[in-house]
Design a protein around this ligand. Sequence first.
Ligand SMILES: Nc1ncnc2c1ncn2[C@@H]1O[C@H](COP(=O)(O)OP(=O)(O)OP(=O)(O)O)[C@@H](O)[C@H]1O
Length: 468
Amino acid sequence: MKGQVLVVDDEQETCDLLEMGLVRHGFKVTTSTNAQRALELVAGQDFDVVLTDLSMPEMSGLDLCERVLGTRPNMPVVVITGQGSLETAIGAIRVGAYDFITKPVDPKLLFLSVSRAVQHRRLQDEVKRLRQAVAEGDAESQIVGQSSAMRRVYELISRVGESDASVLIHGETGTGKELIARGIHARSRRKDGPFVAINCAAVPHSLLESELFGHARGAFTDAKAQRTGLFVQASGGTLFLDEIGELPLDVQPKLLRALQERKVRPVGANHEIPFDARIVAATNRNLEDEVYEKRFREDLYYRINVVKIDVPPLRERGGDVLHLAQHFLKQFAQRNDKPTLELSTTGAEKLMAYNWPGNVRELENCMEHAVALARFDQITVEDLPEKIRAYRAERFVVAANDPTEIVTMDELERRYILRVLSLVGGNKSRAAQVLGFDRRTLYRKLERYGAAGATPDKSEPSAPPAAS
Ligand SMILES: Nc1ncnc2c1ncn2[C@@H]1O[C@H](COP(=O)(O)OP(=O)(O)OP(=O)(O)O)[C@@H](O)[C@H]1O
């Protein structure tokens, strides 16, 4: 089939004639003698071309063309005009018609014009598809991993990419939060704008405000010239606030104000500057706990946490460990202009057994270390750091009282939670942190296991209220 054409003419006879001519050339044709009905058809179906007569009683072909393009900007419209009426032909092109043909309609010209329009449409679609594929490739090709835990993250990246909503990325250190923030930027309409990152924990407290908001000349002793803050620098793009949980309490209201007003006041200035940056923040802390402990403002928390992405720790990503290991081996080989080394089976087993407290960053360092030490064309156990070679999975410790005992996963979890709780002296916040749960999840689990009061912790108030 050559393409789907919608023919619009108030005379049924003309519709039939045009349909016959087009069907003979392999097009699929729908006809309408009513322009309003034609618009409804266009709204519900993706035609390759609309072919319309110019003069119709209830709506002119030009009006129809304009309205079709209003809803379907990529749909080519070919207008059939009266003979010799150059002005109307120009008018048709002006309102965005793809082509015009004059009456009486020459079947050959009709076929040529409609074929070109269909081809144009298909090319447009192909370009769009390729652009999208390139954008997706760029954003995700660097993020390695196919585990279901990571696939959920990719889905969120692509869903939030399209909006301007603030995103909070939560995950342990080294899980790839910055990479994900870059992925969100690359998938957004702001991708051609700047990606500006600041690590809130790394900038000295005294300089943080001036970094974020800028300062006026002479605002403080060293301020010899005025400085544009990162909010304004990130305009048109994305501002990545890494380790937002470390933001000092006195800077938090200023940040909140900036986010609410979409304006910043540089330090020492008496004017405000608008900015247009999308905010993506990251933290390895449990901000709900921080809010509960009054170390993080609740209003700021809700402002930055419109969408939350929880990045799974590496130990929960199964075979991704090996995909990532291969990825880093390839990367280091390329960097050092060497052939890529393979992982030996025993080496791979050791990597899979380790619990990766430093997550992907730790694995990256480990592979760099291994490449530097490798003597053969394989990475063997001997090339891995001592802590990985010596690691014994702790999960056996829980049921170790009786090595022959087999317990359910629920029971194993119950024992493990209680064990962690006792190791941290009954402090539920700390236990939740170690276990990688939020406090409410821990309370829920303890209740489920009938162990809510097992290790009473009088110093702690009850669980924090649900966050939206
Ligand atoms: N899924 C992944 N695929 C490929 N490389 C990754 C992946 N995740 C992380 N990395 C790499 O691991 C390193 C650490 O990642 P990144 O800095 O994004 O982590 P982070 O969570 O922001 O760390 P921190 O909490 O310490 O700020 C980087 O070199 C990054 O390129």
